[in-house]
Design a protein around this ligand. Sequence first.
Ligand SMILES: Nc1ncnc2c1ncn2[C@@H]1O[C@H](COP(=O)(O)OP(=O)(O)OP(=O)(O)O)[C@@H](O)[C@H]1O
Length: 342
Amino acid sequence: MEWFRGETIGYGTFSTVSLATPSNIKGSGEYPSLMAVKSSNSYGGIANEKSVLDSLGDCPEIVRCFGEDQTVEKGEKLHNLLLEYASRGSLASQLKKLNGEGLPETTVRRHTGTVLRGLRHIHSSGFAHCDIKLENILLFGDGAVKIADFGLARDLTASKEGGEIRGTPLYMAPESVNDNEYGAAADVWALGCAVVEMFSGETAWTVEEGSHFMSFLLRIGVGEELPRVPEELSGEGKDFLSKCFVKDPEKRWTAEMLLNHPFVAVDCEDDDYDQRDELFLKGKDEVSKSPRCPFGFPDWESTSSESEIQYQPLDSPVERLASLVSERVPDWSVSEDWVTVR
Ligand SMILES: Nc1ncnc2c1ncn2[C@@H]1O[C@H](COP(=O)(O)OP(=O)(O)OP(=O)(O)O)[C@@H](O)[C@H]1O
């Protein structure tokens, strides 16, 4: 299919997302008149995303892919993935418009149930998403909510060679920090972090200014501490989070189990758009960046998925963490300049 590139609607670490229209709208048949095209000069992430999306097939809770191609633009070779266009942007960009406030619990419950159905499909198809966060949950004009960005997704049946680091530190599960394990259970932990953020407007972990990145990872991996559970959340919500924030991945509830939890097993049909949703619909999204970390961690180096960070197995989590970070104290001030870990 031939297509035209439109305005830029989002930036990821390795990709730019723009609007795209088929060059011959009348003859484009199965393609919508407006799509999103994710473009990168690095092939690894795009190829992985395409192959995972193909394997997952049609699922109402997962962004649809219409195909891939290559273009040369301004002398640069780009790999492009044509995707369903989410006209209301990501949950992260929607939340930003609330200036630090969170979403009403009914909306959080509805979004959580939708993401869980998507995760159940992903996990039962033999994959883990490995990068669940609000930037990767997209909102559509008709009220649909879908999981996007499968650039880091893992085939759970493939051997775990190399041990690359994936995902966003703030959403990392203890087993990912300690043992480099990125299975279905790590997605459930990340979903718990996303629920806290949706509801409270703040990240699930509070990190003090001036504290070291390694000490943050130690809090996730080694200490007894768990992510923050908002006081104002209902008892059902708190109980739901207690099933997500279980340090031992074997004991953590699965997406399938959580779908029967009363927090999400409710009929939200009448609650399609609440007042804040209406507010969202009116506002136009500014171009959004997909950050990896809200703090300017200078001790994490960006690498592409084609040249992932490799490490030798080390004896203890502390040794492993020490191998991942430098001694520099990061600037913890919140910034757009999130750092990639893949
Ligand atoms: N299908 C889409 N429709 C509308 N906006 C999109 C779509 N896909 C991505 N975006 C926007 O572009 C941003 C970046 O996209 P995406 O997260 O897929 O890129 P990435 O390079 O994989 O990012 P990351 O840094 O998380 O790896 C998203 O946060 C979202 O705001």
